[in-house]
Design a protein around this ligand. Structure first.
Ligand code: KIV
Length: 266
């Protein structure tokens, strides 16, 4: 099966075809989303919240991200696979960034890396790109800067801030990123950024005018605990479904009705 490439994703923007991206953290989920027709899979450092039960993404390590990307890559046959660079794996120096970005391609089967970007990391994008590693940048609400931002808040509402994000987006494209995630910014600003770039934008809480959309798989499936951000739409209620299945199983074991003859050997 032919893998989706950076060129395919850029061509989708030119053709006006929306890009569908979701996160995945394990092989089983990856193989389901891959066959459900998504174009791109992200092994997000959101695994800190949704898999590890942490309050934020700051504690996620390179080794954990490489491990989860390895197991996701076994389930992904078609979709484009991107790995998130965790906090402090690229902010310290360009050498760190290159070494860690390289690990994802050498050890885990990722086709690209994602970085939460500000004006200080533009040279890092350029250096990783020059090493032949495609870079997906991420601006707006950047969860790795949670303490600097003072909480999970919509970004770019003030005039100065929206102008800053538009300028930053253009610089990111100039430095060679192949796509840009826009998180929690007003629709109008996301549209302006999308219209002013050749590379595709992928929105999460950024309205419908982005070139694609991404959601965290546990949010989309209704596994995550409430409250969820306003931008999440639940396409299933798996938390309730799993809860009911496991409590039915527990009741039957307690009652001695499982296993029945059908599940037993003579
Ligand atoms: O970590 C993550 O899952 C992300 C997406 C929400 C874009 O960065």
């Amino acid at each position: 099966m032919k893998k989706v490439t950076t060129i395919d994703l850029c061509r989708m923007k030119v053709n006006g075809e929306k890009i569908v991206m979701v996160t995945a953290y394990d092989a089983a989920t990856a193989s389901i989303v891959d066959t459900a027709g998504v174009d791109a899979v992200l092994v997000g450092d959101s695994l800190g919240n949704v898999i590890q039960g942490r309050a934020n993404t700051l504690g996620v390590t390179m080794d954990e991200m490489v491990y989860h990307t390895q197991i996701v890559s076994r389930g992904v046959k078609r979709a484009f696979l991107t790995a998130d660079m965790p906090f402090m794996s690229y902010q310290g120096s360009i050498e760190d960034a290159l070494r860690n970005a390289g690990r994802f391609l050498k050890e885990s089967g990722a086709q690209a890396v994602k970085l939460e970007v500000n004006e200080q990391s533009l040279d890092t994008i350029y250096a990783i790109r020059k090493a032949g590693i495609p870079v997906m940048a991420h601006i707006g609400l950047c969860p790795q800067s949670i303490h600097a931002m003072g909480g999970y808040r919509v970004q770019g509402r003030m005039e100065g801030e929206s102008a800053r994000l538009l300028k930053l987006a253009k610089e990111i494209e100039e430095r060679g990123a192949f796509s840009l995630v826009l998180e929690s910014i007003p629709r109008k600003l996301a549209r302006e950024i999308t219209d002013s770039l050749r590379i595709p934008t992928i929105g999460i809480g950024a309205g419908t005018d982005c070139d694609g959309q991404v959601l965290v798989i546990n949010d989309l499936l209704g596994i995550s605990e409430e409250p969820l951000p306003k931008f999440v739409k639940k396409y299933a209620e798996l938390r309730k479904t799993i809860h009911k299945a496991v409590s039915d199983y527990a009741d039957e074991v307690k009652a001695g009705t499982f296993p029945a003859p059908d599940q037993s050997y003579d």
